[in-house]
Design a protein around this ligand. Structure first.
Ligand SMILES: *[C@@H]1O[C@H](CO)[C@@H](O)[C@H](O)[C@H]1NC(C)=O
Ligand SMILES: *[C@@H]1O[C@H](CO)[C@@H](O)[C@H](O)[C@H]1NC(C)=O
Length: 389
């Protein structure tokens, strides 16, 4: 789709060895054309392919400004084919829903000849409209204490919804819905809430509420994600998570087999398996179909991990100690390879008496909804752009 056009147009400036790049592009396009013939089976793999392309673009941009004119002439011949592929990919995209984190920037095409070296940084940024990373925690607010030691709370992370949901405990089936955060604040206990009984019990604290659906973890023998439609109170879908031998994902929260997270790119699963039991794994899920789009083994240890969340495709794992001390983000994993552990700041949470049993990110508000020994806490995040070190 347009990611390709961005690739091609960016390539106008790229690479001293333009012919090599043209050849590379041709091969790449051929591969993609092949894939289109199989698009029915491959729409999910396609999202991963785009991510790879994007990574490759980032590295190729290094040589950006050399020989752009010559390259542009050569590119004309590829242009017609790109057009065709683009149309087919556009169609594919309408079948496939929104593409994560690939910015469509037509200006980039128009400006291709005028862009100058100083804009190098801006060009990186335009590869994606989703490029925030945490810089620090600015403030914390303790709203109240309505629950037991473990649980989670969150706002519906879709635009426009102000509803707040309380999951008290780690093995229950009734959630509490508040129309607004103000209702939650002034409610005595759960008095201003509406109760919602789910068709089965949730396990752990790894749930999310997204676009009027509750995605909760259910675990009998296998770990299952259940997608529950709150508009008509019915199960919209469910899927067994396709890995064997789950182990609890966070060393300090053994009730949570798997954790779900929502960010600007959609739905993620954070999990761990016996095969790679010292480290945390990450998967991108399709929020509509619950398909797995891609999986990664991260270098973030499970040991002493208490929670994690995802922002713009970067996993942040929060660590503590068995005797709760100050929680801190001490390991990050970026699926786009733009943030490494070295350039991620060591972010400390304000001092608390307990330990987090869940941390849920809200991308509209840039807040973390935290549950700490029954307290509902908000952390306000300060963001900066990736690649601005
Ligand atoms: C929340 O859970 C705790 C146990 O974990 C229980 O004691 C408490 O009554 C629950 N509160 C509500 C409002 O259900
Ligand atoms: C619930 O609503 C969705 C659309 O909003 C619909 O697709 C689904 O069939 C409905 N389920 C039931 C059980 O009515």
């Amino acid at each position: 789709m347009r990611g390709l056009v961005v690739l091609v147009t960016l390539a106008c400036f790229t690479s001293a060895q333009h012919q090599t790049l043209i050849d590379y592009l041709e091969r790449r396009l051929l591969a993609i054309e092949d894939r289109i013939s199989l698009w029915h089976e491959q729409t999910t793999r396609y999202a991963s392919e785009l991510r790879e392309l994007k990574q490759q673009m980032v590295s190729q941009l290094e040589n950006l400004d050399k020989e752009k004119e010559i390259l542009r002439i050569n590119l004309d011949s590829v242009g017609t084919r790109v057009d065709r592929v683009e149309r087919e990919l556009d169609y594919l995209e309408t079948q496939n829903g929104a593409q994560p984190c690939v910015d469509v920037d037509d200006k980039l095409i128009e400006q291709q000849v005028t862009l100058v070296k100083e804009k190098q940084k801006a060009k990186y940024a335009k590869l994606s409209d989703c490029r925030d990373m945490i810089s620090s925690i600015k403030a914390m607010k303790i709203l109240k204490r309505v629950g037991g030691p473990k649980g989670m709370w969150t706002k519906d992370t879709s635009r426009g919804s102000g509803k707040v949901y309380i999951f008290n405990g780690t093995d229950e089936d009734t959630i509490y819905e508040f129309a607004t955060i103000q209702d939650f604040s002034r409610s005595s206990g759960m008095s201003l809430s509406k109760q919602l009984k789910l068709p089965s019990a949730w396990k752990g604290t790894g749930h999310v509420v997204y676009n009027n659906y509750v995605y909760y973890i259910n675990q009998v023998e296998e770990v299952k994600v259940v997608k529950y439609d709150m508009k008509n109170n019915s199960v919209a879908d469910s899927a067994v998570f396709p890995v064997q031998d789950h182990v609890p994902v966070y060393g300090l929260n053994p009730e949570t087999a798997m954790d779900l997270a929502v960010d600007e790119e959609g739905l993620w699963a954070i999990y761990a398996t016996r095969q790679n039991e010292r480290h945390i794994s990450l998967a991108k899920m399709d929020a509509n179909s619950l398909d797995i789009e891609q999986m990664w083994d991260t270098n973030c240890p499970r040991d002493n991990a208490e929670a994690a969340f995802v922002i713009c495709g970067t996993l942040y794992v929060v660590y503590n100690t068995k005797q709760p001390g100050r929680s801190r983000v001490q390991c990050v994993f970026d699926v786009n390879d733009m943030v490494t552990n070295e350039d991620a700041p060591l972010v400390y949470f304000p001092k608390r008496y307990g330990a987090h049993s869940s941390l849920k990110y809200n991308q509209q508000e840039q807040l973390l909804y935290a549950w700490d020994d029954g307290y509902q806490i908000l952390y306000k995040l300060v963001m900066k752009k990736k690649l601005e070190v």
